[in-house]
Design a protein around this ligand. Structure first.
Ligand SMILES: Nc1nc2c(ncn2[C@@H]2O[C@H](COP(=O)(O)OP(=O)(O)OP(=O)(O)O)[C@@H](O)[C@H]2O)c(=O)[nH]1
Ligand SMILES: [Mg+2]
Length: 369
């Protein structure tokens, strides 16, 4: 799927919500557009091999994790490396014995037809602890990506997180929970995996597929729907990448970012794009009301990262201020909030607002029911 189509899909998600009166009461103060030359291109300025910057790794675990990374890889810039962990018996495209994009692959369960449960998967992965540790130690920050509900991802992702965290690697998880139609067993397995993951990860971002499904276009094809879910990995990855590689118009530094991403509790995120006269209000409110975020989760957060993207030179101070003020009207006053503004020419006239909320208290009652 190309970027434009992705933005259209995200826009479709964003169009669900009406604007609350509260958000309309934000002050206006025209300070003019930021000069175009401040809007740098991240990849031109900082190619990612710098030894002084944190090395980012993406680790897929299991079949769904592999799909997620495959779909997003082109847009994961400044990556230092990729690792795939999968079952020996995993199905790959004809002619492949692993994911073609992976720098490193660790296959678990040699001789097994299938890893029969998450416990078996974990037990078999324990035989590979040294290899996993050596692989994760090449990074300073890892994104562990998996679809929860099966054996491989659910059993092994928490072990990888544990190994990474023990090795001092900053660890973020991006996982999906299965839709109801996949049955109760998968849901239970996913929840057990999730509670294990929470013990060993700095932040776990959950894509609740039911929530996404409730509001998605009913004519969407299954692969489009999964792609939509998996694109949320970019919503998470992008602001972190921009913050680390210092290429935004306004940056927060890695320390600020880590502070926000280590708030105790759960994590949630939403993103939306809008264009036209009212674009900032529409995009911000739709991002807040995104099915994977919601006002309740934002209102219970301890840390907030707001990422704003627009065409180069197409974001005014007043727009930035309004967006942050809207988020502030909902987030707790004591929540730590950082923001990043970044140019993306593919957005054309549109403005994209993404919000990561961390340290969310009692997310179970907002995001995982
Ligand atoms: N986001 C996303 N979720 C997926 C995708 N494919 C499957 N899933 C979800 O991820 C869950 C686990 O997927 P699997 O790939 O079967 O699991 P696994 O981790 O490989 O585990 P086993 O195959 O059982 O060993 C499924 O129950 C689905 O809910 C995908 O492409 N994207
Ligand atoms: Mg599998």
């Amino acid at each position: 799927m190309n970027r434009r189509k992705l933005f259209q899909l995200l826009g479709m998600l964003g169009a669900w919500t009406a604007l609350p009166a509260q958000a309309q009461a934000v002050n206006a103060e025209v300070l003019g557009a930021l000069p175009r030359d401040l809007a740098n291109d991240c990849e031109n300025r900082m190619p990612g091999q710098s030894t002084t910057l944190p090395r980012i790794g993406v680790i897929s675990v299991g079949g769904a994790g592999c799909n997620m990374v495959t779909r997003c890889l082109d847009m994961l810039s400044n990556l230092s490396g990729t690792l795939e962990i999968n079952a020996h018996a995993a199905r790959y495209p004809k002619g492949f014995k692993n994911a073609p994009w992976a720098n490193d692959t660790i296959l678990i369960g040699e001789g097994c037809e299938k890893l029969s449960s998450r416990q078996v998967a974990r037990a078999m992965a324990l035989e590979h602890v040294a290899a996993i540790e050596a692989a994760v130690k090449r990074f300073d920050l890892v994104f562990i990506v998996a679809g929860l509900g099966g054996a491989t991802g659910t059993g092994i992702a928490p072990l990888v997180a544990e190994i990474a965290k023990r090795a001092g690697v900053f660890t973020l998880c991006f996982v999906s929970t299965p839709p109801e139609f996949e049955g109760e067993n998968r849901a239970k397995t996913a929840l057990r995996g999730l509670s294990e993951l929470r013990k060993h990860t700095n932040s776990v971002f959950v894509v609740n597929l039911d929530r996404l499904l409730e509001r998605a276009d009913k004519n969407m094809m299954l692969d489009e729907f999964f792609a939509l879910a998996d694109q949320m990995l970019l919503t998470l990855y992008h602001p972190i990448n921009v913050a680390i590689f210092g290429c935004g118009v306004v940056d927060c530094d890695y320390r600020d970012l880590k502070h926000v991403l280590t708030q105790p509790g759960d994590a949630a995120m939403g993103s939306a794009t809008a264009e036209g006269e009212n674009r900032l209000m529409q995009a911000t409110i739709a991002a807040i009301n995104h099915p994977l975020l919601g006002r309740d989760a934002l209102a219970r957060s301890r840390g907030v990262l707001v990422s704003i993207r627009s065409h180069a030179g197409d974001l005014t101070f007043v727009e930035t201020k309004k967006i942050l003020n809207i988020v502030r009207t909902i987030a707790p006053i004591e929540a730590d909030m950082v923001y990043i503004a970044h140019s993306e020419d593919a957005l054309g006239e549109s403005l994209e607002v993404s919000i990561l909320a961390t340290g969310v208290r009692n997310i179970d009652s907002t995001n995982e029911t």
